[in-house]
Design a protein around this ligand. Structure first.
Ligand code: SF4
Ligand code: FES
Length: 239
């Protein structure tokens, strides 16, 4: 028989006039290999059908299940309950995103706004010809682009970011990482001056205080700080 663990989950429905924010406490038996996804599903099936949280892939791929776990943002489906020695785990929704209910936040709307803001698509002067294969690029460059493209838009780097708390319009490591992706992609004809127009201010690449929490907590282990430093070095000459 496994030990008893306690999950304390913040409950609040911002769309209800009567809802008050409070922690609901659930006790359950820990099973082998139990993740927070398994624990929360068990809670919803047996203790509280009203508890809201987000999951899709359950494998660290979709980026849906970010939440604050004992004060640190992480993917719930990749978090083992056994890693918490005290057996008490407090869950809260990620800050910086619009709260939907309880542990569920709207990262999609934020990511959509960020993508539009950094114009997250290839800008080319050439007329696309869909009957032809895309122009090949150097394998090393392709590797670098694919490396950055591993971002799953989970929002954890945004939730962990001290700068974002001070500057609500800060584009976040995920946004700066996205610009770095297009900056190295030879299919994109934008110049450094064009990227400067997008992120050359304190809500962009010059606002980051290099506190490193984005990189420390990114579940995909992306080299966010080196990408930010690279973009900063590129654009500081244009100031
Ligand atoms: S950079 Fe990392 S932490 Fe930030 S959204 Fe992408 S995968 Fe998540
Ligand atoms: S459910 Fe997809 S990353 Fe956790």
């Amino acid at each position: 028989m496994g030990r008893e663990i306690t999950i304390k989950a913040l409950k609040y429905n911002p769309n209800s006039k009567v809802s008050k924010a409070h922690f609901a406490e659930y006790k359950l038996e820990e099973t082998d290999g139990m993740t927070l996804f398994i624990a929360l599903t068990k809670i919803r099936e047996t203790l509280d059908a009203d508890l809201s949280f987000d999951f899709v892939c359950r494998a660290g791929i979709c980026g849906s299940c970010g939440m604050m776990i004992n004060g640190v943002p992480g993917l719930a489906c990749r978090t083992l309950t056994k890693n918490y020695e005290s057996g008490v785990i407090q869950l809260m929704p990620m800050p910086a995103f619009k709260l939907i209910k309880d542990l569920s936040v709207n990262t999609g709307e934020w990511m959509n706004d960020m993508s539009k803001r950094v114009e997250s698509w290839v800008h080319t002067n050439e007329e696309p010809d869909y009957s032809k294969l895309e122009k090949p690029i150097e394998p090393k460059v392709a590797d670098d682009v694919f490396e950055i493209d591993r971002c799953v838009e989970c929002g954890i780097c945004v939730a962990a970011c001290g700068t974002k708390l001070m500057r609500p319009d800060f584009v976040g490591a995920v946004g700066l990482n996205r610009v770095a992706r297009f900056q190295i992609d030879p299919h994109d004809n934008r110049t450094d001056e064009d990227f400067y127009e997008l992120i050359g201010d304190d809500n962009g690449v010059f606002g980051c205080m290099s506190l490193l929490a984005c990189e420390d907590n990114c579940p995909k282990h992306l080299p966010l700080q080196s990408k930010i430093a690279y973009m900063r070095r590129k654009l500081v000459a244009l100031r």
